[in-house]
Write a protein that binds this ligand. Structure first.
Ligand code: ADP
Ligand code: MG
Length: 244
């Protein structure tokens, strides 16, 4: 079949990826339902960012196929995939105001000014960054910068949000705050989110389902409680299981 199932937002089929002779992802399969919040959880170096970058189209895969909303996007440009990505480092344009940072991609895409203004106003309200629109990134706190980075994905009106450890540069208090905000954002937008972290608490609080990864393989894909109570192997148990 050359189609993903109905109701499936992102479908990854037999995906393998190597950097030169080093194989990083091994025949990986993952179906994410529409509106689902999936967390990719695993130790550093297990291939989380690589997997996310494959979905985003930032890496050429070695084998396999990727579908988004039923469409084979394996060879589509990142901009044509209907995804928005938020990185750990905010990746804002330092010379532009927040408003410019938010509007830049939309201008490039040729959207009319009224539509751009409407989308920015909505994102600014949802993320509570209205007072920051005329500032430069250097005048923002880490938490504010990350809100703007999320806003940049938000204004693009995409089906799928990809987050790569968006909170790991923040202190514990801000991390907890933004975790709640991201959860609320997901409730409000009800879009698909794929969220990479090595933080067990983030995974437990955010995910509908967690994919626990090790060595380029998904070890277990289940609801947080199921993983916690019934880990499939020692690795998952040690990484996330109940302390029993
Ligand atoms: P994670 O995000 O889970 O920490 P990564 O996906 O960044 O892991 O990396 C997975 C593995 O692939 C690591 O062993 C890393 O060293 C390797 N790797 C990542 N990017 C590259 C690259 N551009 N070239 C070569 N090896 C890479
Ligand atoms: Mg990473």
């Amino acid at each position: 079949m050359d189609m993903a199932q109905n109701g499936t937002s992102v479908s990854i089929q037999d995906l393998s990826l190597s950097f030169g002779a080093i194989s990083v992802l091994h025949t990986l399969n993952l179906d994410v339902a529409e509106g689902e919040f999936i967390v990719l959880l695993g130790p550093s170096g297990c291939g989380k960012s690589t997997l996310l970058n494959c979905i985003a189209g930032l890496l050429d895969i070695s084998e396999g196929r990727i579908f988004i909303k039923g469409k084979n996007v394996t060879w589509e440009e990142p901009k044509d995939r209907g995804i928005g990505m938020v990185f750990q480092s905010y990746a804002l344009y330092p010379q532009m105001t927040v408003e410019r940072n938010l509007s830049f991609g939309l201008r490039v895409a040729g959207l009319p000014k009224e539509e751009i203004d409407k989308r920015i106003a909505r994102a600014a309200e949802i993320l509570q960054i209205e007072p920051l629109l005329q500032r430069k990134p250097s005048a923002l706190s880490g938490g504010q910068r990350q809100r703007v980075a999320i806003g940049r994905a938000l204004v693009r009106d995409v089906d799928v949000f990809l987050f790569d450890e968006p909170l790991s540069n923040l202190d514990a208090k801000l991390r907890a705050e933004l975790r709640v905000e991201i959860k609320l954002l997901h409730r409000k937008l009800q879009n698909t989110m794929i969220y990479v972290t090595h933080d067990q608490i983030e995974a437990m609080t955010l995910a509908d389902r967690i994919a626990v990864m090790k060595g380029g393989v998904i070890q277990q894909l289940d609801a947080p409680q199921t993983i916690y109570n019934r880990p499939v192997n020692r690795f998952v148990a040690g990484f996330l299981g109940s302390p029993a």
